[in-house]
Design a protein around this ligand. Structure first.
Ligand SMILES: [Zn+2]
Length: 173
């Protein structure tokens, strides 16, 4: 049985009770989400799950003097354009996965399970290698993109539609 080390994860799993169980099973859980820090941390804190994650990758945000939430791009197009044609200008999740893969390879951790549903999850899916899992949510844009098969994928693809079934798949690897 291969260890599962990293799981950039979809926040919709919060209702399934899957996250603490995955954390206990030595998965390192990371958020890679095109939302913002305020949103992600608020949701995770509300559900008591913030401590389950070793890293949150999302767009920076802050509250301005007038009390309005301001959101900044994760990759700022004027200072460090990510140069990826598959991703929106503000965030290339594939670049984030490249960095996580590099740092995890130094630690000797090398298996990734990537859960996603949106178009922005296709680019990181292309960064995964043999032995990794790409888990698209059925009938969502990522699933459609994989079916249309524009680029070859090295990772094993396992679709999911139900968080309980996903929990079983993720923990049985
Ligand atoms: Zn990209």
């Amino acid at each position: 049985m291969l260890p599962i080390n990293f799981l950039p994860i979809n926040l919709r799993l919060r209702r399934a009770g899957a996250l603490p169980e995955l954390r206990r099973s030595k998965c390192e859980l990371r958020v890679v989400r095109d939302a913002n820090v305020f949103f992600v941390e608020t949701i995770l804190k509300h559900h008591g799950l913030l401590e389950c994650f070793t890293e949150i990758n999302t767009n920076p945000s802050y509250v301005d003097e007038e009390g309005r939430l301001r959101i900044l791009p994760f990759h700022h197009s004027t200072t460090s354009s990510h140069g990826c044609k598959l991703c929106p200008a503000n965030m290339c999740k594939g670049k984030i996965i490249d960095r996580i893969k590099y740092t995890s390879s130094i630690k000797g951790k090398n298996r990734f399970i990537y859960l996603g549903d949106g178009k922005g999850d296709y680019c990181p899916g292309l960064k995964l290698n043999q032995g990794d899992f790409l888990m698209p949510r059925k009938n969502y844009p990522l699933w459609d993109l994989i079916l249309s098969n524009h680029h070859p994928l090295e990772a094993e693809v396992h679709e999911w539609s139900n968080a309980e079934r996903l929990k079983m798949k993720s923990c049985s690897g």
